[in-house]
Design a binder for this molecule. Structure first.
Ligand code: ADP
Ligand code: MG
Length: 330
């Protein structure tokens, strides 16, 4: 069975949530939105291409979730409240079952955050999903990359490296991304890759606490490097302070995890800086948003990111993140 473009759009449109600030949604030449008067508009775009950003075997519902999650993660890293998004789909064929499953994962996450789909584009071509997400934030409140200060603590949410470990296991054929793993620890790792949790509530809770923030999409050290470059500061990361993975330990994969946790991407955690005076407030934030936060180092004057091991030996910043155009990575 195959449907035309309008049939596919209709399968997506009927699942979209309503919002009072949408004057005109899907169906006209463009959408009309009514942002709140005192808010700034926060806009981000991310594309997922098959074989590059997700394995071809990935279930469509996971692709739908992840395509939106990576965009929500960018809004989270700015501290924004998600509001609207558009969806550009390039599909090799007009398969209604694929679209329904994709929409199931997409709207499952969209509805969790009250973000509404307000338009998009549907074309035939290699499988690719491009989303533009829009959010709002009170003027002047955004968590930017350029405001880290010497003396700030460096914090990270969750356990960066788990998604990268799942990807490595998949590449070694030790994990099947297309189905639930029988083993609880492996299934936890697979979920971190297939269904990352954008830290939207955390980002909003960091208003007035964090000085700078970035989401961990390319690797913890590389993304922290972006904060350093934009803020004109250096970072010392304490290797022994990096979050450990109990799932990796349970699976007997701690060693592999430890080599990946600074460099692997795809976790969509938040890395942020905050003055030491905010430690107590951040412990309270951790409890209120129920996301583990770990203090992993310090910002100082200088440039670059260095990792310091327990003996005090500086390990340099050789653990780079994934760069699409460097030829490095996978
Ligand atoms: P146009 O030719 O004017 O760009 P389209 O035929 O591409 O119009 O789209 C018709 C309507 O459906 C528009 O409102 C557009 O935003 C919406 N739309 C198209 N594809 C998608 C999609 N994948 N998801 C959500 N809305 C879509
Ligand atoms: Mg169009």
């Amino acid at each position: 069975m195959s449907l035309d473009e309008f049939g596919l759009i209709e399968r997506i449109r009927r699942r979209t949530a309503a919002r009072a600030d949408i004057v005109l949604g899907i169906g006209d030449d463009a959408a009309l939105l009514q942002p709140q008067a005192d808010q700034q508009l926060v806009v981000t775009t991310d594309t997922l291409n098959v074989g590059v950003h997700f394995p071809a075997e990935t279930p469509p519902a996971d692709i739908g979730w992840k395509a939106l999650a990576v965009n929500l993660s960018d809004l989270a890293a700015m501290g924004a409240q998600p509001a609207w998004c558009s969806l550009s789909l390039s599909l090799p064929d007009a398969d209604p079952d694929w679209v329904d499953q994709f929409a199931q994962g997409f709207f499952q996450l969209a509805d969790l955050h009250g973000i509404a789909l307000i338009g998009g584009d549907t074309t035939r071509g290699p499988l690719s999903i491009s989303i533009t997400a829009m959010g709002q934030i009170a003027a002047g409140q955004a968590l930017r990359r350029d405001a880290a200060q010497p003396g700030d603590d460096i914090w990270v949410s969750g356990v960066p490296g788990e998604a990268g470990l799942a990807l490595a296991l998949w590449q070694q054929r030790a994990l099947d991304v297309s189905r639930k793993a029988g083993d609880a620890a492996l299934e936890h790792l697979r979920q971190r890759l297939a269904r990352p949790t954008p830290r939207v509530e955390l980002g909003r809770a960091l208003w007035g606490l964090a000085t700078a923030a970035v989401d961990v999409s390319d690797g913890l050290l590389a993304d922290l490097g972006h904060i350093c470059a934009r803020s004109g500061v250096a970072a010392d990361v304490l290797e022994h302070a990096l979050p450990a993975s109990s799932a990796a330990a349970q699976a007997g994969l701690s060693e592999a995890f430890n080599t990946l946790r600074g460099s692997a991407g795809d976790d969509y955690e938040l890395c942020f800086t905050a003055p030491p005076g905010q430690r107590q407030a951040l412990h309270e934030t951790m409890a209120s948003v129920a996301v583990p936060l770990t203090r992993i180092g310090y910002i100082r004057a200088g440039t670059g990111v260095q990792v310091i091991n327990q003996e005090g030996v500086v390990q340099g910043a050789s653990k780079q993140g994934y760069n699409h155009f460097s030829g490095a990575g996978d």
